[in-house]
Design a protein around this ligand. Sequence first.
Ligand code: B12
Ligand code: SF4
Length: 501
Amino acid sequence: MRFLLVDPPHKIWTILRAWVPSPGCLQLLAYIEREQFDIDYMDCTLNENPWRDLEEKVRREKPEVIGISVGCTAFIYDGMNTASLIKAVSPESIIIVGGEHPSFMAEETLRDCPAIDYICVGEGEVTLGEFLRAVEKNEDLSKVLGLAYLNEKGEFVYTGERSFIGDLDTLPMPAYHLAKMEHPYVDLPSEGSRGFVVNFSRGCTWDCTFCSESAFYKKTWRKRSPKLIADELQLLKEKYNRDIFYVGDNTFNVTKEQSIGFIEEMLKRKTNQHFWLQSRADLIIRDEDLLDGYREAGVYQFMMGLEYHKDSVLKDIRKRHSAEQARKAMELLKKHQLMVMATLLIGHWDETEEDRKVFLKFFGKYVDHFGLNLITPLPGTPLFYKMKEMGRIEDWDYRNFDYLHAVMATKEADNLEQVNLIYKDIMRRYYWRPRELLKLLSPNPILRRHHRYYITKVAFNIMMHEIFGTPMWVQPNYQEYKDYLVEREEALPEELMDLAR
Ligand code: B12
Ligand code: SF4
């Protein structure tokens, strides 16, 4: 039985200008391959003509089951459009969709997109394996845990909770052999010439109100063992020539043993690879004695979700550390010659201009890599349910749930456009400070490269767009789905064409 996994066509994020095969998809594929299914993978973002290539492939091959992955809320319409296109050209293919957003919003997604047959709710490997086996043997799918669908009467059915895989070490190495590792988009242009994204753990034991990861993995954390991490990194170096990584784990060092194990393995392997890891302020303070070891093992930067400079806000979003701890963690990283990337959240309900001045001063002193975000009520999070109940979500276009577009106003800025302007203003005030411009000449090659990239490419592009209306950067092969439908008018059924009008 033939199974095709599709990562739908996406618009690449202007800020990062990078694309990578989804670690979740590669892990799913490896598992399904081990289960001996006939598999294929299409990461449409990398195709010359994403929609046309997808249509032609499905029309030609008509796989029995097609999986669609939706990694972010902002990508849900891409996923739905992909399902509609597939159903139009191969009605007999069974479509199953997975990922965080459809898991949280299963009923809404199924009702909004009739082309989707099933949703895999939660972690995918075991559910997908059992699902494919049941389809192959024509067995009762209602017995497969972790599925959601609409029955013949149109009623929503959820087959029950699928428990998490106990030991991530039992999963095979991600299926890098199925990814287009040499594609020019597959890179992290701000970081280095051979950048890549990897993922070695799932979840986080904290419970910040805005965090979809902690909600998805129900406040649990599981990880690969340091030996398998090092094996994977070594393979990426030796076979795929990758040596600089954004490690996407939400919180890399939940336990100290994991840190020690990683450092020891990387020092032993001597692969000369470099890492940007994610952690929390309190864990950086706890692991102060390991910071030099991290650096020697190749870590050049820690990204911390420090969010805001005021304890009242940190308490409100359940960050569970203080602003003083955030400051201390930044100082410690600097002391140990590690770069500080802070992901920050603005757009809080009570925020004032005075708050923003203090915010900029507080973080501007230490931060090398400024990850400014607008607080976003991602579906599935406690923040989402609270804001929905309070009626504060003003924009329900999920494309805008990407942390870069305001979907909620504040007490002071009572329309979304104003909040968007505040965001741009803070970016400008941060990046055009002499201190930041000096970093263009920094002796630290990673910092220099990073700043040259952001200032000359990203910030300059945004500035030209705002002043002269020049277009924002979009990857050359990007095409809106509706434009594709218009282009293909004669070849597609009427109901699909209606979407484009
Ligand atoms: C890799 C990554 C990226 C890559 C993209 C990779 C890709 N091809 O999609 C890059 C770096 C480009 C990226 C960009 C963005 N990302 Co990102 N990214 C991640 C990251 C680090 C890893 C995702 C991952 O693989 N996780 C591990 C796997 C195991 O989990 P998974 O993907 O959920 O897959 C499992 C299940 O969901 C399920 N499943 C998934 N798909 C399918 C399909 C089928 C058929 C089935 C059965 C099951 C199934 O099974 C999988 C295995 O168990 C996560 C953070 C994290 N640690 O998860 C953020 C994350 C997914 N990104 C996020 C966001 C918001 C973005 C951005 C929109 C911007 C931003 N502010 O960060 C941009 C996208 C903009 C753009 N247009 O490019 C959010 C999404 C939140 C949300 N709910 O919307 C996350 C969770 C980070 C966060 N906490 O904020 N990202
Ligand atoms: S610490 Fe980070 S990953 Fe953990 S719950 Fe908070 S935001 Fe999510």
